[in-house]
Design a protein around this ligand. Sequence first.
Ligand code: NDP
Length: 341
Amino acid sequence: SRVLVTGANGFIAAWIVRTFLESGYTVRGTVRSASKGEHLKSLFAAFGERFEIVVVEDIEKDGAFDEAVKGVDLVEHTASPVTIRANDPNELIVPAVRGTIGILESIKKHGSSVKRVVITGSTAAVITGPSAEAVVLDETSWNKTAILDIEQNGANAAQLNKYRASKTLAERAVWDFYEKNKSTLDWDVVVLNPPYVFGPLINHVSSLRALNASNQELYDTLVEGAKDAESLANTGTSWVDVRDVARAHVLAGEKDDAGGERIIVSAGPFYWQEIVDAANAVAPAPLPNLLKGNPGVTKGKPHPVTFDTSKMRRILGLELRGMDVLVRDTLASFAALEQKD
Ligand code: NDP
């Protein structure tokens, strides 16, 4: 089969491409400029003609994906901005929403061979506002607070809410489009919603200051001391290994039962101190000067938000890596980048 992966040079997408290639697929990856495809070409050179790059310069333009979707059986849309440094929320919202609607429209017009579309969503679109009691959230839950914050506060909204609103609005647009069109389409849609994705890097990253947002936060926390002991012990979200997210994207394309479903893909909740402790347990130490915080202080402490992953296990049958493996391999990847710096 032939699969289209958008934003192929991204942290998660590069792993998605690799996992598809290793599973025998032919992969077409989109990037914004030819130079951004160079590293991928050499990374996947061993797969020969089974891997190709096409340039889609501006995903906001009408018909941007018209050519790219031709002749593929499966589409995996991952391209979307991930940053906590935007001023205007539209820097995130417009490409997220326009890119998503745009690719669905292109498939409707030109994707006559497409059977399924998998969209990389996020638990940013699932989480609810703060609550006094611990909550377990499943796929019926939708983020409403991020969009409200943007409506009320615009550029002054919380940084994370700009990203969360972009993922929520993009996913709403997917389901609206699907509901309106499904009776006439030959393809269906799956949305995967992972929480924080961490893991080793195979995409091109020029330095430890140019990591993707989630790995940047991990690096800054473990090595640069970006969080004090208080916030290490009290803050965190949920996590999942990038290699498992990539596998989920392949399975979401293959499993019949996944069609029309929203699926949370999470390994579990964490406090940052738990990741710090896992990092300090790696022997030999992959990096000097790892932060210590207050070792063990979050052991057994209940988490405010947990995701119900029964749907992921039932439909995708996915086995997930543990935090020890994640932290070991990610730190090795950081260490290799430090050598390069
Ligand atoms: P990266 O920043 O590594 O990759 C983002 C990709 O999207 C890149 O290919 C990037 O292209 C492309 N992109 C960003 N903005 C635009 C734009 N305006 N127009 C066209 N392409 C654009 O991030 P991740 O790999 O972490 O994220 C990939 C997907 O996974 C996103 O949809 C994200 O929301 C989702 N996700 C990520 C999580 C995480 O913790 N990392 C958690 C949950 C979901 P370029 O290199 O040219 O900028």
